[in-house]
Structure formats: structure tokens, C-alpha cells
Ligand binder design. Structure first.
Ligand code: PGA
Length: 254
């Protein structure tokens, strides 16, 4: 089996001014200094704090992600950000299709697909988020929902480098609720996702790409989740806003 290097990514959502971003990245970098971790570390600040996070991350192993990307390169698209803009600001990753985007901002599988396509074109690593709601899980629809989010989000998109394409399984009922999927529940979906990706992009691709788990990840539950065969890291919201909490997860996830 291919050894996959885990990724611990912090999704800051709508938190942290440029000054606060600098402080947080500096504190994370200080906590990582002189130690070698087995995982990649990424932070996703809001757009206005990207350049300050990138400056603070210079010379450290911390990568920076955008929280969204638009599919056009420039033009009259008020409120949107292009792949080229993220790239030139110093991002190497971008979160796409987060459930908050889907739930509050009308994001659909089709807009997600177009954003993934743009990320791949700009050589940004997409962190493609998908996951079922509580109602869908209780109705026994989890695998159908995940399959359609995956296949529709990837329709016509052909990433060719498995190391530069990341999926995050984020059960909506576990996001910001303190309620985490059990390692067994998460592993079951991750294994399903890997099989499905194998069918879409080839087994070799599926074996090497990273699938992150997201939803109330904390230092106290990270180890058990990351120990699962198909869980290759975490997308962390609340616990990524504080350096000590995030460093705890980095340690457990390595
Ligand atoms: P949470 O958020 O860790 O606060 O549950 C995760 C996410 O939304 O990516």
C-alpha cells in the first residue's frame, strides 16, 4: 500500500485579521521549529489575511490555502477571487465546496465542479469538501449523497497528480457541533470514497491521494481518527484558531 503523508489543514473560516493571522502562524511555526513532523501543515485564512499569513509562513513548512476560488480569471465578478490571485498572493491550496458554502451561499455540485477545474488549471491543490447531513445519514442516504457529490464535482475534471488533489470528508452534522464521526464511521466513508475515486481516476491515483476527515477534530480525538487506514489527515475548524490546540493535532496526526 502506498504511504500517504497526512495533511493537517486549519480552516479559519471568518476569523483572524491580518495582525492576528501573523501572530497565529508565527506561534504555530514556533511550535513546529526544530521538530520533524510526518504531516504537511496548511492554514486557510480569510482572503484579507492571506498575504500576512504567507509572509509569516515564509521559511517555515506551513502552506497557505484560500477558502474558495472563482472559475473565471478576471472580470466583473464582484466579491469573487480568481486562482491567479490566490496563486500570486502565495497560496498553494484552496478549499472548495465547504458545506457552509453549500448551505449558506448557494454552492452546488456544478459550481463546485467549476471551481475545482479552475484550481487544477492554476496548479492550486483543491481540498474538495463533501459530506452528508444528519437527515441524509438517518435516511440511509450517506453513500448515495457522497457518490453524487463526488461524481458531479469531478465530472470532466481530470487531475493527473494524486499528490496535488485532496478530498475532505466532512459530515455536516459533525461540523462545529462537537459531535465527531467515530473512527469506524469515518473510515467506512473514506474507504468508500477511495474505491469510488479508483473507478473515476484509476486505482493508482486513489491509492496515493489524501482523503482528510473534518468535523470537530481536536487533539483528543485526532489520533484515533488518523490511525484509520484511509484517513490521511484532518480539516480542522474551531481547533485551528488557537496555536496550542492546532499544534496538539499536528503532533497527534504525525
Ligand atoms: P470544526 O470545522 O472543526 O469546527 O467542526 C471543520 C470544518 O468546517 O472544516
Amino acid at each position: 500500500m502506498a504511504a500517504r503523508r497526512p495533511i493537517i489543514a486549519g480552516n479559519w473560516k471568518m476569523h483572524k485579521t491580518p495582525e492576528e493571522a501573523k501572530e497565529l502562524v508565527t506561534a504555530i511555526a514556533a511550535g513546529m521549529a526544530g521538530k520533524s513532523f510526518g504531516c504537511e501543515v496548511v492554514v486557510a485564512p480569510p482572503f484579507t489575511s492571506i498575504t500576512s499569513a504567507v509572509a509569516a509562513a515564509a521559511g517555515t513548512p506551513i502552506g497557505v490555502a484560500g477558502q474558495n476560488v472563482y472559475w473565471e480569471d478576471e472580470g466583473a465578478f464582484t466579491g469573487e477571487i480568481s486562482g491567479g490571485m490566490l496563486k500570486s498572493a502565495g497560496c498553494s491550496f484552496v478549499i472548495i465546496g465547504h458545506s457552509e458554502r453549500r448551505q449558506y451561499f448557494g454552492e452546488t455540485n456544478e459550481t463546485v465542479r467549476r471551481r475545482i477545474e479552475a484550481a487544477v488549471r492554476w496548479n492550486l491543490v483543491p481540498i474538495f469538501c463533501l459530506g452528508e447531513t444528519l437527515e441524509e445519514r438517518e435516511a440511509g442516504e450517506t453513500f448515495n449523497v457522497i457518490r453524487s457529490e463526488l461524481t458531479e464535482g469531478l465530472r470532466g475534471v481530470r487531475p493527473d497528480d494524486p499528490l496535488r488533489f485532496v478530498i475532505a470528508y466532512e459530515p455536516v452534522w459533525a461540523i462545529g457541533t462537537g459531535r465527531t464521526a467515530s473512527p469506524e464511521q469515518a473510515q467506512e466513508v473514506h474507504a468508500f470514497l477511495r474505491r469510488e475515486i479508483g473507478g473515476l481516476l484509476g486505482e493508482g491515483f486513489a491509492e496515493r491521494m489524501r482523503i482528510l476527515y473534518g468535523g470537530s477534530v481536536k487533539a483528543s480525538n485526532a489520533k484515533a481518527l488518523m490511525a484509520c487506514e484511509d484517513i490521511d489527515g484532518g480539516l480542522v475548524g474551531g481547533a485551528s484558531l488557537n496555536a496550542e490546540d492546532f499544534l496538539g493535532i499536528i503532533r497527534e496526526g504525525s
